[in-house]
Write a protein that binds this ligand. Structure first.
Ligand code: ZN
Ligand code: ZN
Length: 349
């Protein structure tokens, strides 16, 4: 699942860029584009073609396809009597909180993509590393894709709109090369802040981020051995408990995290209700809001992307935001961005 950043041809944007763009310019650009794609209700949900840079020259990305297929093929195995474990089932909500909420929701999404709060660098790296351990690509690549999604939501070249197809938005878009996502000029334009950071640059090189994912499986295996030594009466029993820890703690949890996160790109752009009139099809999808601890309040999020609070109504439970509010209270994070009610009132339906 390595990510290559290809050098652009001479004369490309990256070569000619003399002036530092910076975050503010990115935001200005995104604000301008916000109105460029304003839809009327009847054009909404119209089909759009795949992004321009996906064409007959695009290759199938086998380094994504093979692990995704392999992980899924292992799932039925986990319901056999040898691998099934109630500890494993219990680990799903715990693992979902640690990796989906803190790694992807708080780390990759609300912090790295939208800068919805400030925190010490060590804590930022901790959240980002939890994101890496969810096997959803490197931080810079995830942020690049997501910032393009916000800029062009449900219009070409949004990398994963369901207006292409439901399967495309859920997972298909990852399996075919989109050359727009591997140009160095795209990284320069959309996530220069991350590309200037040594840790994120290191993760971006070769398969380093995959190696970090591989290393994180070691503590799960060790925990399994310890639990086996404590509760099993034979070597075979130790091996079985270790296997259960690995399969449920790593494989099953990774697949779960994949699907609930991918569903924000697919389900939360197709099904649910809207609190705000936005320029795309985003929806508040309560099922995936609950399964992701808050990311599913996606129409709220598109209406006010910088806000780290995605649940806007009292019953729109956003556990990720509540966790961040707690961390703000104890002083670990600061400047937690909350909904801009004045601007939101103008978009309210
Ligand atoms: Zn979206
Ligand atoms: Zn976002």
């Amino acid at each position: 699942m390595a990510t290559d950043v290809k050098q652009d041809a001479p004369g490309s944007e990256s070569e000619n860029t003399k002036v530092a763009h910076g975050q503010n310019e990115q935001r200005d650009q995104q604000a301008k584009d916000l109105h460029a794609h304003a839809d009327s209700a009847d054009t909404r949900a119209a089909r759009v073609p795949r992004p321009e840079m996906v064409d007959e020259k695009s290759r199938i990305i086998w380094e994504y396809v093979i692990p995704v297929v392999a992980f899924h093929l292992l799932i039925p195995l986990m319901f056999t009597s040898y691998f099934f474990s109630w500890w494993g089932v219990l680990f799903l909500p715990i693992g979902n909180y640690i990796f989906t909420s803190m790694g992807i929701g708080a780390g990759y999404h609300r912090l790295l993509t939208h800068r919805g709060f400030d925190c010490p660098k060590w804590f930022e790296y901790t959240l980002a590393t939890l994101g890496v351990c969810s096997l959803q690509d490197s931080p810079a690549r995830w942020v690049l894709v997501h910032r393009i999604h916000h800029q062009h939501s449900d219009h070409q070249p949004d990398p994963h709109t369901p207006r292409v197809s439901a399967f495309w938005s859920h997972m298909g878009w990852m399996f075919i090369e989109n050359r727009a996502l591997s140009k160095i000029s795209a990284y320069d334009r959309y996530c220069r802040d991350l590309m200037q950071d040594k840790y994120y640059m290191w993760l971006q090189k070769g398969i380093n981020w995959v190696l970090v994912y591989a290393v994180h499986t070691i503590p799960f295996t060790i925990a399994g051995v310890i639990a086996g030594l404590m509760f099993a009466s034979s070597t075979a029993g130790v091996v079985q408990i270790t296997a259960q820890f690995f399969f449920w703690g790593v494989i099953m949890r990774t697949v779960y995290t994949w699907h609930v996160t991918w569903a924000i790109n697919s389900a939360a752009h197709m099904w649910g209700y809207r609190n705000y009139e936005t320029r795309e099809d985003s929806r508040n999808n309560w099922i995936f809001a609950l399964l992701t601890n808050g990311e599913g309040w996606h129409n709220n999020h598109h209406a006010d992307p910088r806000s780290a609070q995605h649940g806007h109504r009292w019953w729109e439970v956003d556990v990720t935001y509540l966790s961040l509010a707690f961390l703000e209270k104890i002083g670990l994070i600061s400047n937690l961005a909350r909904p801009n009610n004045k601007a939101l009132d103008r978009k309210a339906i």
